[in-house]
Design a protein around this ligand. Structure first.
Ligand code: SF4
Ligand code: SF4
Length: 60
């Protein structure tokens, strides 16, 4: 299982994470990305595409 978190202080609301996540976990809310429903598969795509390094994906 993976825990995904977005640092909202860093997020610039570009939406790249929401576009690229195969599990469609991200929701855009008030110009920021938030983590919604869905099961992360740990691919790290979101962390790679985020231009500001706001996303961390941790296995637990
Ligand atoms: S690691 Fe992959 S599946 Fe998990 S939230 Fe990021 S893009 Fe989506
Ligand atoms: S890719 Fe990064 S900066 Fe862009 S919306 Fe997602 S978390 Fe925010």
């Amino acid at each position: 299982m993976f825990i995904v978190s977005v640092d909202s202080d860093l997020c610039v609301g570009c939406g790249e994470c929401a576009k690229s996540c195969p599990a469609q976990i991200f929701v855009m809310d008030s110009g920021k990305a938030d983590v919604g429903e869905g099961e992360c598969m740990g691919c790290q795509t979101c962390a790679i595409v985020c231009p500001v390094g706001a996303i961390t994906v941790q296995e637990y």
